[in-house]
Design a protein around this ligand. Structure first.
Ligand SMILES: Nc1ncnc2c1ncn2[C@@H]1O[C@H](COP(=O)(O)OP(=O)(O)O[C@H]2O[C@H](CO)[C@@H](O)[C@H](O)[C@H]2O)[C@@H](O)[C@H]1O
Length: 471
């Protein structure tokens, strides 16, 4: 089966968060299962682009509203990723160092989608499935169904994966002229709440819609940032498939970003050495439990609660615990964390920014990983933590609920709490410290977590079954 994944991110080419991890791993596993998986993303001007060699496979031009853009589709030459990687290069729009956050993001991703479809339109054959990820590729199912120039692609089955329904990519009807001409009677298939909503459009037009965990699908029926009615209406084509993790990239026994590798047999010494390195770098005390947070500093992740959680815990439990935060996002949250760091003289440090190696070192060197998410469609961090013998401390929501059992229950591997509130988290911090002091119990919980198989094997199979059901 030939599957074409279309996305804004793909690790290690371009990653901002979990979307990149999934699109960098799922195709690899699909390939291993005997399929032909291809990935196409924009050609951002980042390190990967500058350090790899590409062949031009397609050259063309297109109108975006009143502007004409030349574009190239280029293919990575070495095939090092385990699947075919294509980049769409549109100078003047996609040749940015970063992925998102530009004032013309609507135009950038619209042009990306049009370029991808124009390119597929030129193929001698057709892929068996087009798999779109999140709202940046959400207009593709609509254009395939109703766009005049894509008539011959209409019969290709399309799947949409919702990685996070909080982000929908809406823009005003005044930008309608940017969309290639289509059957205007079908305009309603673009609309949600009086705006053009790419995520809603994809939910209406794709043949199947998946969410990244079964728990998140259940939540979306009553809490989907305004799309609840639509998701209920399209219930018949919705499927929840839990994300996996790339067990090759995320393996403490071979991870080249760690100061010392370790496995189940060497976990105690391995984690201690990694923790010492981390604590030395960040001025923390390696003899105390280390609780870390990694992620986008936004309200959905509960990151706004961190300054108060940390301040209050360090006040009540002075000299009993350390905290470390890695992340970037909302400038106000970044500022509050830096202020907290300036006020507390010990037990806390923060690194504002995106740093892939440091994230691996934190998964390895921490005792606990805190995830007070308000919304968590799947969450990969807790699965990485488990693989590295770090106990996840999570709010019972979405995919976190599907993947972490509290250590108080049978086969428990983590700590769970119900509310994204400072009080609930501080209480869980105390439970973490108690568990840390009971080293025999901590070792059992850690080992159980390390032995869980969260790899993509079974989920990649489920995606294939879903594709087959679309025929
Ligand atoms: N500052 C930083 N430096 C280095 N690495 C950083 C970092 N900030 C985040 N990361 C990394 O980015 C990834 C984050 O993954 P998540 O699944 O937690 O989040 P995200 O909300 O982006 O993804 C959305 O899509 C994914 C995939 O479907 C869902 O799991 C998730 O619930 C949904 O919100 C992890 O690999 C993490 O280590």
């Amino acid at each position: 089966m030939e599957i074409l994944h279309i996305s804004a991110e793909c690790y290690p080419v371009a990653k901002v968060g979990g979307l990149g991890d999934v699109v960098g791993a799922l195709p690899k596993y699909q390939h291993q299962l005997g399929n032909f998986a291809k990935v196409v993303i924009p050609a951002y001007r980042n390190k990967y682009y500058h350090t790899h060699e590409f062949d031009v496979v397609h050259q063309a031009g297109m109108w975006l509203g009143h502007n004409w853009y030349h574009f190239n589709v280029i293919k990575e030459r070495s095939n090092e990723l385990g699947f075919d990687l294509y980049l769409v290069d549109i100078p003047g729009l996609l040749d940015t160092p970063g992925v998102y956050g530009y004032p013309n993001d609507t135009e950038r991703f619209l042009a990306f989608q049009v370029a991808v479809l124009d390119w597929i339109n030129e193929w001698q054959h057709q892929p068996d499935v087009i798999h779109c990820h999140d709202h940046h590729t959400g207009l593709i199912p609509f254009l395939l169904n109703y766009g005049y120039k894509y008539e011959r692609l209409k019969s290709i089955p399309t799947a949409l994966t919702i990685h996070n329904a909080q982000y929908q990519g809406q823009f005003g009807w005044d930008k309608l002229y940017l969309i290639p001409s289509f059957d205007l009677w079908k305009s309603g298939m673009l609309d949600w709440g009086g705006a053009i909503n790419p995520l809603a459009s994809a939910i209406k037009c794709a043949w199947r819609v998946t969410t990244v965990s079964p728990g998140y699908l259940e939540e979306l029926y009553y809490n989907a940032n305004g799309l609840e009615a639509l998701i209920n209406q399209e219930r018949a084509k919705m499927v929840g498939i839990l994300n996996g993790i790339d067990n090759v990239v995320w393996d403490p026994a071979t991870d080249r970003m760690l100061p010392l590798n370790y496995d189940e047999d060497t976990i105690t010494a391995g984690k201690q050495t990694n923790k010492q390195h981390l604590c030395e770098r960040f001025g923390l005390d390696a003899s105390l439990p280390l609780i870390s947070f990694i992620g986008r500093l936004v309200g959905d992740k509960g990151a706004d609660l961190l300054p108060e959680i940390i301040g209050r815990s360090l006040h009540e439990l002075a000299g009993e615990v350390n905290f470390l935060v890695l992340g970037s996002g909302d400038p106000h949250i970044e500022w509050s964390l830096q202020q907290t760091r300036a006020v507390v003289s010990y037990g806390f440090n923060v690194h504002i920014g995106y740093d892939e190696s440091l994230s691996h070192q934190i998964y390895a060197g921490s005792d606990f990983l805190l995830m007070p998410s308000r919304v968590e469609p799947c969450g990969l961090n807790q699965m990485y933590a488990l693989r590295y013998g770090t106990v996840p401390v999570v709010r019972s929501t979405g995919g976190l609920k599907d993947t972490v059992i509290d250590f108080g229950d049978k086969d428990g591997v983590g700590i769970r709490f119900n509310q994204a509130s400072v009080w609930d988290v501080c209480y869980s911090v105390k439970r973490a410290i108690e568990l840390y002091r009971d080293s025999k119990h901590l070792d059992e919980v850690r080992l159980r977590g390390m032995n869980i198989d969260n790899s993509w094997d079974s989920s990649a199979q489920r995606y294939l079954e879903m594709y087959k059901s679309m025929k």
